[in-house]
Write a protein that binds this ligand. Structure first.
Ligand code: HXC
Length: 518
């Protein structure tokens, strides 16, 4: 090729035009709002010098209505491409709020759909960085159709490649639905918000005053709605969080998660596991202390830590290999399962199952949370989601019963007959239809009514109930528990058990898909 020829000259001119186009006041505008530009975000996300842009020269579709005035921008307000994140290929799209508010028109949507198709075909994660006012009003139905095309690809990619959404500005209207289909939503405090209809519409329709942050800020979605699973104080840390999450995940559903070299544990630390569960069965403790002593040092990465805290979910590593952990949290609502924790747990189990991540369940649950509110809002169907997710999953599944395991909650938490591969219990485990106090009150109602000292009698019967029924040894002898283990041995037992399960394979009956109680 003649590098002084016409064609090469044109190539260079185009490059020059694009460069000039990028030098606008966009950077200042974004920085003034405490935000980075789309390009800066991409640079932080990918390993240095590895990002390759696709479709940088695409132009905004023309539009000739009264409202058709649009910026003729290179790229149409979204950057798409691929690169390496900690050495592994990933695809990205990043919306540019400085181009018509990051709104989604037909070209913008086609670019996102194109990169989604590539990520799915190549079997690599896709990260969407959202900073958008939603459907581009000037382009009308073409914008709506563009969203529908993106949603369709989100669904087709679900369970095949990890899909991560990072909200770094507004995600308004149509912009919220793609993130909510993806596996995880990250938000940045103070500068990101998500809502279907904004404060102005709320005011118009309901005459209620609400700020952007109150309606759909990071705290709201992390703590109340559960829409976001990860929230960070600034954009840089948000992107570091994305990288950390990816380090636990395989690139697609046909791969296993990457193995990371990790250090061995200190036996003395593991001995502390014997001391964590208090003798008084009604005393709370922090189950995260148990998790941290079991997994490789400093590898526990919690998911949705501020939402439905009565269940703790997250990733960790055991001798370098990723596991997913679901644990009841006795510190919150006594570790009971309620609607929100069931849904949180079910979604996490489904995710692990999609991506070949073995599941460890740490159980200390007195039962489902009683109450009119729970019943009327459907604890029956929401609790069933967790049950369904466990039973439906085929990855290696191990349960350790730390303390309480009562009633329906026993069944749900990956019990043997639901499909648990190895079911262990600590000597402190209490496994029964219900707790001693409840059981004694039902079985000895008459005797207690006639007793001179019902409290004393109740206590005596409760002790006998524990000795005879609510302990791990009955379940062990009947095969519902594979082994009662010394708490200090938990990590070693789990390492061997997960290794034994490495070649686990179970088929499912032929069907289109099951009908999870949504
Ligand atoms: C076209 C838009 C736009 C949109 C913003 N802009 N949203 N252009 N279509 N949807 C443009 C503005 O006109 C402005 O252009 C520039 O982007 C920056 O917007 P500002 O309003 O100045 O910014 P800010 O004050 O930060 O407010 C951001 C915002 C607000 C909260 C996102 O722009 C807003 O409320 N936008 C509309 C949000 C919305 O209701 N979207 C829903 C669309 S319906 P200039 O030229 O002045 O710089 C929808 C349904 C799809 O999405 C359903 C699919 C399932």
């Amino acid at each position: 090729m003649d590098i002084n020829g016409r064609q090469f000259k044109k190539f260079l001119e185009r490059q020059e035009a694009l460069k000039k186009h990028h030098v606008t006041d966009a950077t200042e505008k974004q920085h003034a709002k405490g935000k980075l530009t789309a390009r800066e975000r991409i640079e932080l996300l990918f390993d240095e010098g590895t990002f390759n842009e696709v479709d940088a020269y695409s132009r905004t579709a023309s539009c000739d209505s009264t409202f058709g005035k649009m910026i003729d921008a290179y790229g149409d307000g979204v950057i798409i491409g691929h690169g390496k994140i900690t050495g592994r290929t990933a695809f990205v799209y990043a919306q540019d709020f400085t181009v018509m508010g990051g709104s989604l028109g037909s070209v913008h949507a086609a670019k996102i759909a194109k990169i989604q198709d590539m990520a799915l075909k190549m079997g690599s994660p896709i990260i969407g960085i959202i900073d958008s006012g939603g459907a581009r009003i000037q382009e009308g139905v073409a914008s709506l159709a563009g969203y529908a095309a993106i949603f369709n690809r989100n669904v087709m990619s679900s369970g095949v490649i990890p899909q991560i959404s990072v909200i770094m500005g507004p995600a308004a209207g149509g912009a919220v639905y793609s993130p909510s289909i993806t596996d995880y939503v990250f938000m940045t405090k103070g500068t990101s918000y998500m809502f279907v209809t904004g404060p102005n519409v709320v005011k118009e329709v309901l005459n209620e005053d609400v700020t952007f942050d109150e309606l759909g800020g990071a705290d709201v979605h992390m703590k109340k709605s559960g829409v976001a699973q990860f929230v960070y104080a600034d954009e840089e840390n948000t992107l570091l969080g994305v990288k950390k999450l990816l380090s636990y995940l395989p690139s697609n559903n046909l791969e296993n998660p990457p193995i990371v070299e990790s250090c061995d544990r200190n036996i003395e630390l593991e001995n502390r596991l014997r001391e964590i569960v208090p003798d008084d069965t009604n005393k709370p403790y922090d189950v995260k202390d148990v998790i941290k002593l079991i997994v490789d040092k400093e590898t526990f990465f919690e998911v949705a830590e501020s939402y439905a805290q009565n269940v703790v979910v997250g990733f960790g590593r055991l001798v370098g290999k990723t596991i997913g952990i679901l644990a009841n949290q006795p510190k919150v609502l006594a570790g009971t399962l309620d609607i929100n924790s069931s849904v949180k747990g079910a979604r996490f189990i489904r995710f692990c199952d999609c991506f070949n991540i073995p599941i460890l369940t740490l159980e200390d649950v007195p039962g489902f949370l009683p109450g009119i509110d729970q019943e009327h809002n459907g604890i029956i169907k929401h609790g069933a989601k967790l049950l369904y997710a466990y039973a439906d999953s085929t990855v290696p599944k191990i349960t350790v019963i730390l303390r309480k395991s009562y009633g329906g909650a026993y069944c749900v938490m990956n019990s043997k007959n639901l499909g648990g591969d190895f079911n262990f219990a600590w000597p402190t485990a209490e496994i029964a239809v219900m707790g001693p106090e409840g059981a004694v009150s039902i079985l000895y109602r008459k005797q207690l009514a006639e007793s001179e000292d019902p409290e004393k009698l109740k206590k005596e019967l409760a002790v006998r109930y524990r000795d005879e029924i609510a302990n791990p040894y009955v379940a062990d002898e009947k095969g519902y528990i594979d082994e009662v283990i010394d708490p200090a041995e938990t990590r070693r037992k789990l390492i061997f058990a997960f290794e034994a399960l490495e070649n686990k394979h179970i088929g499912s009956p032929s069907r289109k898909h099951g009908n999870i109680p949504l």
